[in-house]
Design a protein around this ligand. Structure first.
Ligand code: ADP
Ligand code: MG
Length: 342
């Protein structure tokens, strides 16, 4: 006789590893989670270091609020968060994270080191975990803030490791994410070191002109046209590249909705529409678009790892963006002949 299936609760370590599949796709997604934690911790300086496309090491150091020993030990437990407390809080979220899953997930699929100290303590704490197994927790001297080191991502999940792409590909995801974060947070000092080489070192500046000039160069910035538009629902600001410039892909088109990086087909359609009359097909001028609206007009939480957002009034938004863009473009040359096709 065949044995009956026996139902059992899975051990935490197994649960975390399964959950990691949701949160952690590649080195860049680890970086995103850690970066958002640093933002939530009130950091004004965030330094990122990666080695071998993040496969060997991803480390993030911040000067945020840090954690004491008890809090640090809790932070790596699943569903442990300082960001919400009750069911009601879920409807009113002001932080980047709130699920309390990232650290538990990441530390279950890597060799993970957490070094942290809050201002009020003289000693910091260092916690080491490997593949979800707790190794050690010790006092350590360190600056105020938090440093996380993630080594050998997926070392204990061969199936996932196989799906990581070439170092260069992983690195380009990391660089792209860094650019997006840098544009979303000009008020934060940031650096990116790749294989021991400093690639970006951005002072906190608080203004977009400085940040774009630092990321590209000042003559690039001077070629951009300023976008400034508002109506009863939307405020749209930013910069748009001249029609005759631009790449063959959308890599330099950045969109932020209420300060968060966002991607939405309707926005890209609107950009195409606005540039349509003046840009040759298949060219995408650089665009840095910051759209502000009532939170009720947008759903940003479609999926934890996806940056796609949904808008309540997509058609109105498309018209507003087309209008904002054509205004910026016609400023440069009154006779451009751009029609608002909205
Ligand atoms: P979430 O961000 O959803 O709360 P995480 O697993 O990413 O879940 O983090 C768990 C908790 O650990 C956070 O709620 C926060 O209190 C703490 N934490 C994580 N990263 C940092 C950091 N860089 N500085 C201070 N506290 C942190
Ligand atoms: Mg988090």
């Amino acid at each position: 006789m065949q044995s009956k299936p026996v139902i059992q609760m899975l051990p935490d370590q197994v649960i975390n590893k399964i959950a990691a599949g949701e949160v952690v796709e590649r080195p860049a997604s680890v970086m995103k989670e850690l970066f958002e934690n640093s933002l939530d911790a009130g950091a004004t300086q965030i330094d990122v270091e990666v080695i071998r496309g993040g496969r060997q090491l991803i480390s993030i150091t911040d000067n945020g609020c840090g954690m004491n020993r008890d809090q640090a030990l809790l932070s790596i437990e699943r569903h442990a968060t300082s960001k919400i407390r009750s069911e009601a809080d879920i409807e009113n979220i002001h932080t980047m994270g709130f699920r309390g899953e990232a650290l538990a997930a990441i530390s279950s699929v890597s060799r993970f080191t957490l070094i942290t100290r809050p201002e009020e303590n003289l000693a910091g704490t260092e916690i080491q975990i490997a593949g979800g197994k707790f190794l050690s927790c010790e006092d350590i001297g360190c600056p105020v803030g938090t440093r996380m080191e993630i080594r050998n991502l997926f070392f204990n999940v061969p199936a996932r490791r196989k799906f990581l792409r070439a170092e260069q590909t992983e690195l380009s995801h990391i660089r792209q994410l860094f650019l997006v974060m840098a544009l979303a947070h000009p008020d934060i000092g940031m650096s990116l070191k790749v294989d021991e080489r400093m690639v970006y070192s951005l002072p906190m500046s608080g203004n977009m002109e400085d940040r774009i000039s630092e990321l590209y160069n000042h003559s690039f910035f001077e070629q951009l046209l300023e976008i400034s538009y508002s109506d009863s629902d939307y405020r749209i600001t930013g910069y748009a590249g001249l029609p005759q410039t631009g790449r063959k892909d959308r890599q330099d088109q950045y969109i932020f909705v209420n300060g968060r990086p966002a991607s939405a087909p309707v926005v890209f359609h609107a950009l195409n529409e606005a540039y349509h009359a003046v840009v040759s097909k298949g060219r995408y001028p650089a665009v840095f678009l910051f759209i502000e609206m009532e939170p009720s007009l947008v759903d940003v939480n479609v999926h934890p790892t996806k940056k796609e957002v949904r808008f309540r009034k997509p058609n109105q938004l498309r018209d507003a963006i087309a209008e904002a863009l054509s205004k910026a473009l016609s400023f440069q040359n009154e006779g451009f002949g751009i029609q608002n096709t909205g």
